[in-house]
Design a protein around this ligand. Sequence first.
Ligand code: URA
Length: 434
Amino acid sequence: MEFLEIIRKKRDGGKLSREEIEFLVENYVDGNIPDYQMSAFLMAIYFNSLDTEETAHLTESMAESGDQLDLSRIEGFKVDKHSSGGVGDSVSLVLVPLVGAAGLKMGKLSGRGLGHTGGTIDKLESIPGFRVSLTEEEFLKRVERTGIAIMEHTSDLVPADQKLYELRDVTATVKSLPLIISSIMSKKIACGPDGVVLDVKTGSGAIVDSYQQAEDLASGCVGLGEEVGLNVSALITDMSQPLGSSVGNALEVREAIQVLKGEKRGDLREVTVNLTAELLLQSPKADSLEEGLEIAEGKLDSGAALEKFESLIESQNGDPRVATDPELLPESEERLEVPAPDSGYVSELNALEIGKGANLLGAGRSEKGQKIDPAVGITLNKKLGNKVEANEPLAWLHYNDREHLEEVQRMVHGAFTISGDAVEKPELVKKRLR
Ligand code: URA
């Protein structure tokens, strides 16, 4: 088989066979196909797309490109969750202990921050002592013992995605629907769960540009699940503003703890409860969405989810006292208020700008491997639809280094639009697909 012929076929809008797709994934992972040829191929997909069958072949070839997790020794209903990436989105920190408290099993592989979006692994590392790097055996033992575990994605699992994602990032081919679908679903298939829920974001902080693309992404993933025999539900949720009111690693852990304690209501709790209810509905634990929602709400209000979070921290060598005493988390030396220029209502709160601002303060990376500061970030005092008085704080910047402070101050100011008329808060869960 000639790789050049396969590129030519896709360039001219042809349909690729399973064998052709397998050939290119295997040879790319083995280093037999150079990045410049794969780049041309990715661009051909970007313009000519892949149909459902080709996308399924690509996803399966990627899922089989490395090790696969063997969860067969874990008893019970095993679930997984994936988010298309957001700002102030600490859903996983709440959802993993919550599903554990509800009696489901979850061994979650997570990543670090990417672009303007945060990553669960960076957030967990702000907990003193927490180990994110485990062997497969250590990981499975913890899921058996505690019901839940979270570890960093290893390069042995779905190496094709790791290589392709890095190449997509530098060849302007990230935003191709079949490439996003295969990237997300190959990682889920390789983890072998019984059920998966996807949180597909739409709005200024989302990876896709329009609501229609979010819906196509969600239905593409659900359809692909059906094709390969995996139970997949998807929610399309709002990311026109940051989900929670904290952006930055330790700050998001603090907020997650408030939600786990049942103290904090709002968007982060609502999205997490809805995603958990979808997983419960897939499992034998709930017969209706309403029952799933009730179970999830109950586990937050009773403190059972917080207790599970404490066990998770303990089982991964972190300081479990953090769950009840978040003061033990790192805190920035300095804090700066960003006041409102006028009175009115918040009519826009650009998630992308807030995410970029938090990264500039040191919460995220501009290049791979860069060191981050777990203590810094942005907390929001006002969100979409809130009434504001002139000079009231819109947000606070938590910082240790002044280098980008003025720039971030301007970005955060610019992220808010204050209008004279009352504004409705956007609908949070926009659609469910099963
Ligand atoms: N998340 C992923 O895992 N892959 C993509 O391509 C985009 C978002």
